[in-house]
Design a binder for this molecule. Structure first.
Ligand SMILES: C[S@@+](CC[C@H](N)C(=O)[O-])C[C@H]1O[C@@H](n2cnc3c(N)ncnc32)[C@H](O)[C@@H]1O
Length: 266
């Protein structure tokens, strides 16, 4: 079957849609037609229902979905009325985003690039930024949060691995911070994974505690509250704020020196 990813294929019938869905592996479950769902191993519907707290309606809002993968959350925001831009280090044609977008007839834009490359002068600012399941994959999480601030107009929803009830001990057993020591309850710490310790995935680098992630967000200019946490994963709902506190001003100036480097003999 010949198939053009760049055009709207929302009129394609059931058998062709099913054949196209079967042509690649899926991680997200996305409803492409009534009753035809991509066979993803991640139950995106349950996660959306219980964990994320996406606003019911997003009419007239702009949304930036960072690390969108196959695009379940991007398409969900579009259904709720938003104009959506997705970003991922994987090109749309490789991640499944391109196929899902074409079958859905979605107008969502996809940018092939990294969270580190976000630049408001190039891609604009967004009413709502989503950063779900990305932070712990990054070696430079604070640089990423500062970048999110620079492209966020109002709200950020961020989801991450956390270590409060998922601290990996040397024997690879999982413990809660409180069990390790009562003094570690609510401690602002992060666990670093130099290798593939977390979920046998070498792309996992960091797992902050709830308190640590909250403070990382605050110093990056986001007022924040926990919307969901089971001690291993957490979702924070954040509002962009002015960076007036000394720590936030220092963070902003350090970010500036990274984004606009100068090196002068004097
Ligand atoms: C665990 S998946 C999360 C996908 C989706 N947001 C979700 O919650 O289901 C992480 C995604 O982030 C992307 N990613 C990893 N590093 C990234 C980076 N530096 N910038 C943008 N996306 C990145 C990966 O390609 C992958 O699609």
């Amino acid at each position: 079957m010949t198939f053009d990813l760049s055009v709207d294929n929302s009129q394609l019938g059931g058998p062709e849609v099913e054949a196209l869905i079967a042509s690649r592996p899926w991680w997200h479950r996305i409803e492409i037609r009534s009753g035809i769902i991509t066979p993803g191993t991640k139950d995106t519907f349950a996660e959306l229902e219980t964990r994320i707290g996406l606003p019911e309606r997003l009419d007239g809002q702009s949304v930036l979905d960072i690390g969108a993968a196959e695009g379940f959350y991007a398409f969900e925001c579009e259904k709720r009325g938003a104009q959506v831009t997705a970003v991922d280090v994987l090109p749309a044609a490789e991640s499944g985003f391109g196929l899902a977008r074409s079958l859905l007839g979605s107008k969502a834009r996809h940018l092939h690039g990294s969270i580190y490359n976000l630049d408001a002068a190039v891609i604009g600012e967004y009413d709502l930024v989503l950063c779900l399941g990305v932070l712990y994959h990054l070696r430079y999480p604070l640089l990423a949060l500062d970048n999110l601030w620079s492209v966020c107009k109002d709200r950020l929803i961020i989801e991450s691995q956390i270590c409060d009830r998922y601290f990996l001990k040397q024997d690879q057993q999982v413990a809660s911070l409180a069990d390790l020591s009562p003094e570690l309850t609510n401690a602002s710490i992060a666990q670093f994974y130099p290798d593939a310790e977390l979920s046998s995935d070498v792309t996992n680098w960091w797992s902050p505690s709830e308190a640590c992630l909250s403070q990382m967000l605050t110093t990056s200019g986001f007022e924040n509250r926990i919307y969901f946490s089971d001690g291993a994963r957490a979702v924070f709902h954040c509002r962009k704020m002015e960076r007036t506190a000394l720590s936030a001003r220092l963070a902003a100036s350090e970010w500036d020196s990274v984004k606009r480097p100068t090196l002068l003999y004097d």
